[in-house]
Write a protein that binds this ligand. Structure first.
Ligand SMILES: [Zn+2]
Length: 530
């Protein structure tokens, strides 16, 4: 008999409090629907009454199939009745079927932050929960519970007891400052479970010692049955508990999978990586390469020995199959790699060729000498694929650039403001025609990109939805001269992403090389005619 574990996502509320995160109503809808497809139980949409975005989001809530849409807010303030508290009123007027109310459980916070008698804080908790529970399901977030329990266990306990008695459906124990260690969390949750056996306990952990996932699992072992967290661990300071890592661990590790049931299907778990990347896409961030389970490097193999073993049986260097979380295996090519890595990599790309083929030896030499010059094919898989396919004569020459010129001019405009303007001129041959393209941009690389793609004749239609999503520059000091390496990440409307690389002593040359590779890769992948 497995016990149920309830998953509560707070990406749209706690995650939204992160520096540099500013979700639109539409962003919130897309994320909520994606979380619903995975099968989490509660989706906290935000804090109605706190800002216009959340008001709009709650006025027109997303259509969720399974998850309970939840509104977050505070227990009432002192000196007002629950019926007259504007915060509670905003919460109750939202259409969310569940409400989560946060209240203080650490005596020190009551004394210092609220400055009210401790008994009054308890009254505020019970009156707020009781008023809300008459209308909806109410969860209670016990803020700073673990710190409060260490300081004054009886007071912390009386806060959650008040919420439980008033009708809270879940008592969520929060490690608000994120500093509590897993062993303490396990001990405290176990004690609370003994003292309040009928309560349904949850945990809300922050990642300030990088153990929020471990803390959440410790709470589960101690008796908590709800885990709160965010996609990719998004959250202020060091982040919240990472729901991606927690869900994958609960489902793929026997110790948990044999005891607990998340209700998420094995098929839905395959959405984990796409949903993790979707959040990055919305935030316009590159994915964390080394994120557990879902990171692009989570199943990447580089060393020659590892690669040949993984070829024989992936379990030699993989703790779970990448497909189980919707991720995939990457065989990296590097100067450490031998022929087996190149062959594995070509096989992964669907390229069939004999390893005895002379062109493979030449490709290997080419990769090694280019990496010596500063090319990095680990992070530029599209450039590697082009290099390999060109070596095998599979990539047509779509266009050739005869010349390009880039100008950057800083001057006063007609309004007397100082402006910097970039303009690029590219002379390019494509499909037997010659084009002179001129374009401006918000910087020299942007202008060069616009000019290169402005008119490529028969190929232009293939490039409509191509956009550059990341541009990275590194100065490498190797050999006798400093060289510049440019890595470009591109994306298209179908959600494909690919990375290309260029290396030169000149930053514009390096950028141009990476840009051309990006364009060629898209033309090749989309089957443009030669
Ligand atoms: Zn929090």
């Amino acid at each position: 008999m497995r016990e149920g574990v309830t998953l509560y996502d707070t990406t749209l509320r706690d995650g939204a409090q992160t520096q540099g995160v500013d979700f639109s109503v539409e962003d919130k809808r897309i994320i909520a629907e994606a979380l619903d497809r995975i099968g989490v139980h509660y989706i906290e949409g935000g804090w109605p009454g706190a800002n216009p975005t959340d008001d709009a989001f709650f006025a027109d809530p997303p259509a969720l199939k399974r998850a309970r849409f939840t509104a977050f807010g505070m227990t009432k303030r002192s000196g007002r009745s629950a019926a007259n508290d504007p915060g509670l009123a905003a919460l109750l007027s939202s259409r969310a079927p569940a409400l989560c109310l946060v209240g203080k459980s650490w005596d020190y916070q009551v004394d210092v932050a609220l400055g009210i008698p401790r008994s009054e804080n308890l009254d505020n908790i019970s009156e707020s929960i009781a008023a809300a529970a008459r209308a909806r399901e109410v969860l209670f977030d016990a803020e700073h519970f673990f710190d409060g329990y260490r300081a004054n266990a009886d007071y912390a306990f009386s806060a959650i007891k008040a919420a439980q008695d008033a009708g809270a459906s879940w008592i969520v124990l929060c490690d608000t400052n994120g500093g509590t260690l897993p062993e303490d969390v396990y001990r405290i949750v176990s004690e609370v479970k003994l003292r309040l056996p009928n309560a349904r306990l949850g945990v809300h952990a922050h990642n300030d010692t990088e153990q929020a996932v471990a803390v959440s699992l410790a709470a589960l072992r101690g008796g908590a049955r709800q885990i709160q967290g965010t996609l990719n661990g998004l959250g202020e300071r060091c982040g919240n508990a990472n729901l991606c890592s927690i869900l994958a661990t609960l489902m793929l590790k026997d110790d948990y999978a044999s005891r607990f049931d998340t209700g998420v299907t094995a098929d839905a778990l395959k959405q984990l990586t796409p949903v993790s990347r979707l959040l990055d896409e919305i935030l316009n961030r590159a994915p964390n390469r080394h994120a557990a389970y879902v990171g692009p490097s989570a199943f990447a193999h580089k060393g020659g020995l590892h690669v040949s073993a993984v070829q024989k049986d992936p379990a030699t260097y993989e703790h779970v199959p990448p497909e189980s979380v919707g991720n995939r295996r990457h065989i990296l090519v590097s100067d450490q790699a031998g022929r087996s890595a190149i062959m594995a990599r070509l096989a992964a790309l669907g390229i069939e060729v004999q390893s005895s083929d002379k062109r493979i030896a030449r490709l290997l030499e080419d990769v090694k000498s280019r990496e010596f010059l500063g090319y990095a094919y680990d992070g530029a898989e599209a450039s590697f694929e082009l290099l390999a396919r060109r070596a095998l004569g599979q990539v047509p020459s779509y266009f050739t650039v005869e010349s390009f010129r880039v100008m950057v001019e800083r001057r006063h405009n007609a309004l007397g403001n100082l402006v910097t303007i970039s303009e690029a001129v590219v002379k390019v041959n494509a499909g037997g025609e010659t084009f002179h393209n001129v374009a401006t941009g918000n910087g020299p690389v942007n202008a060069l990109d616009h000019a290169l793609r402005k008119d490529l004749g028969r190929y232009s239609s293939y490039l409509q939805d191509l956009r550059l999503v990341d541009y990275k520059v590194r100065i490498l000091t190797g050999g006798t001269e400093a060289v510049t390496r440019v890595m470009i990440e591109s994306a298209d409307a179908a959600g494909n992403r690919w990375s290309t690389v260029g290396v030169s002593e000149n930053i514009m040359d390096a950028s141009f090389e990476a840009l051309s590779d990006s364009i060629c890769f898209k033309l090749y992948r989309d089957g443009a005619p030669s």
